[in-house]
Design a protein around this ligand. Sequence first.
Ligand SMILES: Nc1ncnc2c1ncn2[C@@H]1O[C@H](COP(=O)(O)OP(=O)(O)OP(=O)(O)O)[C@@H](O)[C@H]1O
Ligand SMILES: [Mg+2]
Length: 245
Amino acid sequence: MSVPMHVLVFASQKGGSGKTTLSGHVAVEAERQGAGPVALIDTDPQGSLAKWWNVRETPAPAFMQCTFPNLLHDIERARSEGYRLVVIDTPPAVTRAIAEVVAMADLVVLPTRPSPHDLRAVGATVDIVESRNKPMVFVLNAANPRARITGEAAVALSQHGTVAPVTLHHRTDYAASMIDGRTVMEVNPKCKSSLEISALWDYLSDRLSRLEEEGHERGVRAVGPRINALGKSAPAFGRRASASA
Ligand SMILES: Nc1ncnc2c1ncn2[C@@H]1O[C@H](COP(=O)(O)OP(=O)(O)OP(=O)(O)O)[C@@H](O)[C@H]1O
Ligand SMILES: [Mg+2]
C-alpha cells in the first residue's frame, strides 16, 4: 500500500506570531499520533527551529539540513526516504523566497496573534498564498480567552479565509518547554497546552486528508505523488542542524 507525504508550511510576515513554536509542536505531535516519520526544515536564517532541535534529546522528528535553492530536491529526497510529513518554518518576511517555499506546500498555516498589528499584517502573507493558489488556514495563537479581541480577530480573519476551530492560548509553558528542546506534550501530556496542540494536529491532519481526497477526485495530484511506504524507521538527517541559507 502506498502512503502520501504532506508538506505543511508555517508562514506569516509578522514577527513573533508563533511560526517556530507551532512548527516544532505540530511536528512532534504528528510523530506522537503516529503520522510520522516527520522531517523539519528551517528556512529562517535566524535558525530558531534548528537551535531548538539541536538541544533536543529525542531524535524524532528528524531535522533536514537543506539549502534554499535545493529545497524542492530536498523535499523529494524526504519523499523517497519514506517521510510522511515535512514541516517547514519560514522567516517573518515577504520575499520571493518565501513565495517559493509556499509553492511547495500542501497546506499553509498562518499563525496569527489576536492583535491589531498582526491582523493588519495578514494581508501580505495571504497575497503570497493566493498568488500560489495554495490552501491555507489561520491559527489564532497566544490568545487570551477572556479578551473580546480574540473573538473579533476570528471574525476578521474569516473574511480572508478559513480559521482553525482550535485556538492556542497564551501560556508560558509553550516558551518554557522549548528551552531544552522539548514541547509542552513532552513536559506534561495532560496539560491544557498539550490538549490544544493535540486538537490542532487532529484538525490539520483532517484538512490534509481531505485536500488529498479532493485532489484525487479531481484527478490531479493535489498533494504530491504517492510513494511506497517504507515504515516508520526512516533515517534521521544528521544531528547538527542549522537553518537553510
Ligand atoms: N501560545 C503562546 N503562549 C505564550 N507564548 C508564546 C505562544 N506562542 C509563541 N509564544 C512565544 O512568543 C515568542 C515568539 O514565538 P515564535 O518564535 O514561535 O514566533 P515566530 O513567528 O517564529 O517569530 P519570528 O517571526 O521571529 O520567527 C516566543 O518567545 C514564543 O515562546
Ligand atoms: Mg520563527
